[in-house]
Design a binder for this molecule. Structure first.
Ligand SMILES: Nc1nc2c(ncn2[C@@H]2O[C@H](COP(=O)(O)OP(=O)(O)O)[C@@H](O)[C@H]2O)c(=O)[nH]1
Ligand SMILES: [Mg+2]
Length: 254
């Protein structure tokens, strides 16, 4: 048996039946796919259990209550680390992410195991302008906080992370448990010397008729992201003397 050290990890909260398509598409591309069902009430926990009975490559982790995307990823990371998994590719449950790119992202991670492989979203015409423009704000802050070390997109969740440094970052604090997970992970890992490698990845915006869902609440989550950037700004100021050195090492490594 070959040793498997990389898995696909899908945090999931009430995505509805589109989750089964997401999982099937991921399984087509990768032998090990883990889904963390985060207190969902849409019947997908039972549906996934049935699928997993027939598919040893699919693992389902269930949380009793909804705790948020970052909390679900953390739970998956803890379980993965306990089994010697060194890298996880995180992917959204709701069909927005390109499963076809899983092998390329994993191969890039195998080539650069100390790096984080970040998807850089390529939006289709259906992408809401408010969201496309809104992320520029978060990207600008994330780039400032890392002195433009090279985070292509701060919010996109299609990424490969090295497990050990991400666990260290998350265990050390109580934040990063909801939608503040993705940007804070990129910034804090960059601070630890985990270099970003960016790869373009198409993102789909599905209509409700196509099974599209979103739990992003414009006001609630923008307040969460603003507070997150205030925290990160404080961390940035403390690290300011060290950041130019970190950045030039990252540039030399390219
Ligand atoms: N486990 C877990 N995952 C979540 C939660 N909210 C969002 N997600 C995951 O994060 C992804 C992105 O969230 P989504 O609601 O689609 O936001 P949007 O794509 O930014 O509109 C989802 O597809 C899920 O995979 C949550 O409360 N718990
Ligand atoms: Mg989504």
């Amino acid at each position: 048996m070959t040793e498997r050290t990389r898995i696909v990890l899908i945090p999931s909260y009430d995505p509805g039946p589109i989750l089964y398509e997401t999982v099937a598409a991921a399984r087509e591309q990768w032998p090990d796919v883990w889904v963390v069902v985060d207190g969902s009430s849409d019947g997908t926990a039972a549906g996934l259990d049935r699928l997993a009975q027939a598919d040893p490559g699919l693992r389902v982790i269930k949380l009793a209550e909804n705790r948020g995307k970052g909390a679900a990823v953390l739970r998956g990371l803890e379980a993965a680390a306990a089994e010697g998994i060194t890298h996880v590719l995180t992917m959204d449950a709701d069909g927005q992410h390109p499963a076809g790119l899983i092998p390329r992202f994993m191969a890039t991670s195998a080539e650069h195991p100390d790096c984080m492989i970040l998807g850089k979203p390529v939006f289709d015409a259906q992408a809401p302008l408010l969201r496309v423009r809104g992320r520029r704000v978060s990207n600008w802050w994330a780039n400032l906080e890392t002195l433009w070390i090279g985070i292509g997109d701060s919010l996109f969740g299609f990424r490969v992370y090295p497990v050990a440094p991400l666990l260290a970052v998350m265990r050390g604090q109580r934040w990063m448990r909801r939608f503040d997970f993705d940007p804070e992970a990129a910034v804090r890992l960059a601070w630890r010397g985990v270099r970003p490698v960016n790869i373009d990845a198409p993102v789909r915006y599905l209509s409700a008729d196509e099974g599209g869902t979103s739990h992003f609440n414009y006001w609630r989550d923008n307040v969460l992201l603003t507070w997150m950037h205030m925290r990160l700004l404080a961390g940035f100021l403390v690290r300011l003397p060290a950041l130019p050195g970190l950045r030039s090492r990252a540039r030399r490594a390219v």
